[in-house]
Design a protein around this ligand. Sequence first.
Ligand code: F6R
Length: 608
Amino acid sequence: MCGIVGYSGHRPAVALVVEALHRLEYRGYDSAGVACVQQGSLCVSKAQGKLTQLEQLLSQEAPSTATTAMGHTRWATHGAPAVRNAHPHLSNDKSLALVHNGIIENYLEIKNELLAKGYSFYSDTDTEVLVNLIQECHKQEPDIEKAFAMALNKAHGAYAVCLMDKDQPDVFYAARMSAPLILGVGTGENFVASDIPAFLPYTRKVVFLEDGEMVRATSSSYEVRKIADLSHVDVSVQTIEWDVQAAQKSGYRHFMLKEIFEQPKVIQDAMSGRISASKDEILLPELDALPVPGRLTIVACGTSSHAGLWGRHLLESVAGIGVQVEIASEYRYKETLIFQPGEMVLVISQSGETADTLAALRRARECGATVLGLCNVVGSSIAREAHSVLYTQAGPEISVASTKAMCSQMLLLTLMALYWGQRKGILSSEKCAEYVQSLLSLPEILENSLHDMHDTAKRLARKYAQAKNFFYLGRGHCFSLALEGALKLKELSYIHAEGYASGEMKHGPIALIDSSFPTFAICLNDALLPKVKSNVVEVQARQGHVIALTNKGVDLAVDDAWIIPEVPGVLAAYVVLPALQLFSYEVADYLGKDVDQPRNLAKSVTVE
Ligand code: F6R
């Protein structure tokens, strides 16, 4: 969702900002723009569509010599995707330019006050309202930093913003409130961005700005203050461990494909340091100080909620912990949250910035619950606001569709189940060692099978890509995978797909089946196989075509039996997941869709 970049240094700033915006493209956007000060005036260039449109526009203009600039990729919220709504927005007197990610909730009220004072508006955005509010505050407060803070204190909602003033060509200001914004500290140059990859080629030193903080930065200095009273904040500079390589395609056609193929390493990294030398004990020191939950409510959105649904099986069967899984956008607005003694809340989020999940976390905390976070992005809002956080260590996930992050979330959920099972004394060291052995064997199983899976996915994608609808069926732990398979297919290829618990089909959905409505059934060689087989036969009796994801030796008469390596028990999910991901990837690529940035989607959903 919207990408922000601010830069002050010694390099050609406009080119650098556009290049940095490219590294935020994964967030999803529909227009882009940049601003800098040239000969005492703010110069703004904006274009609808991809950054190449903006680059084309800039190539027709005189090259900018500015060494301070800011830029933005916009994901439309207030107003259609159009040049007039693209950022940066100028104040009426053209002295200030602003880029913004988030929503100013009271913008209509402020707009009406400004209209009454004679201001004009040329866009449909709340951002233009905010920049004019800063102009209005500047009339009373000659120091622009104070005027900026005054305006922000009047605005309610979630935002990350970057501001430039025509009278200070070498300065940018930025502020955050419930939307990501990170300061990059370089040598003779400073950056601000919505995510670290934007400035990673230039510096690994970062300051994670907190909600309610603002910064004034030049090429040689930065100072962080509280928006509320402009008091100075002592910040700590942290060093990012991963490098630019991790945020590049490394020869893969798409980030998504690269991230699917990274899963063997993701599994290894997620286990790293979390298994005892004797390989029969799970080490999760982040949880040592907390009691074992009596019950667990898992709250998440999208793919992360599917990981939660999957994890429920192990948490219940291995750790004996009752689990309910809630969608964050529903949970946050529930009239009553009922917590039983010993109940804990676990919020799962790759980005750690999803607005609904963050709001659910805050609500649960307000109601007195202990909240655990399971996040990928270090220092993200959810990671910071949870009582304790477990990091999935999956590295940057750039493709909008989540793949390796889900794998890493499942791994951490597995470890949590084993850890709590041991702490409760219901999982013996021997049994734990068996699980650990299975987990340790997964990277090699995947390494040896991903290329074959990719070939099968390619072949099946060509056969089924013309379908208009798809069912995904699974039972037990595979039901959550069926939901995930369907989500991946619809978000990437725009083919309508629904995930169902296999046994639920006969209660209505089966009415849709005919020869043009294929089904993707997960039919693993486990205790539920006879039941799933019956459901497949029911589909076939209605002339439905079936792809069955299954194991060697399973006797199934279907159109396409896709054999994957057999892994006992619920850990089989680690092999099912990449097959589902690869099938959706190949269908979307075959249909010519924008795999890494599907239409209408954003990587980090910072609006509700
Ligand atoms: C689907 C997808 C989304 C995210 C969801 C939650 O491929 O990526 O459904 O899983 O927006 O995002 P996080 O995990 O960042 O909270």
